[in-house]
Ligand binder design. Structure first.
Ligand code: DLZ
Length: 165
């Protein structure tokens, strides 16, 4: 996908607004926790590197990616400026993969459209474990970094549009 041409793990720190004073909620699923743990670490490290205080990052864990919708809903009701949802679904032998991916994606997209704060999509959906490893700190960067940068940019976007609209 676009990650090959647009890898936000290689972002220019000067092009990212300061995250100082921003509050970020992260919901993360336990399934494939070798992957989601690395994504979570990438997200937290990048938020902190860009000025978000460690104490302004709130993390909630759920069993699987499908539960991210509920957890993200709860998180949007907390005093945070954006929510990052992190999960990893790996294709198996049955259509289950498609249902989880579709349901979770639809649920998060609906939240993003209906809640007053941005919900950032950090769900990795891959054909195998290697593709997931490539995207959580491997040769294609870390999707967690990308989510952190996107969260900061969207909070900044909200602040600017609130002021000028
Ligand atoms: C059941 C299931 C399966 C088979 N695979 C994954 C997966 O690859 N990644 C993931 O995050 N969750 C998986 N789950 C669990 C579902 O997301 C969910 O937790 C259960 O269906 C219970 O609602």
């Amino acid at each position: 996908m676009a990650t090959k041409n647009h890898n936000l793990s290689d972002y220019d720190i000067n092009s990212v607004p300061s995250g100082e004073g921003m509050k970020v909620g992260i919901v993360v699923s336990e399934w494939n926790n070798n992957i989601t743990g690395a994504l979570l670490k990438g997200a937290i490290d990048t938020l902190v590197k860009n000025g978000v205080s460690q104490s302004d990052i709130k993390v909630l864990t759920v069993p699987g990616s499908f539960e991210l919708i509920h957890a993200a809903t709860r998180m949007t009701q907390q005093p945070v400026d954006a929510v990052i949802a992190i999960g990893c679904v790996i294709r198996g032998d049955t259509p289950h993969f498609d249902y989880i991916c579709e349901g979770t994606t639809y649920g998060l997209a609906r939240l993003n459209a209906t809640q007053p704060i941005p919900v950032i999509y950090g769900l990795i959906t891959t054909n195998d474990m290697q593709q997931a490893l490539d995207r959580c700190g491997g040769k294609l960067g870390n999707k967690g970094d990308e989510c952190a940068i996107t969260a900061i940019k969207m909070i900044d976007f909200d602040r600017k549009t609130t002021r000028s609209f």
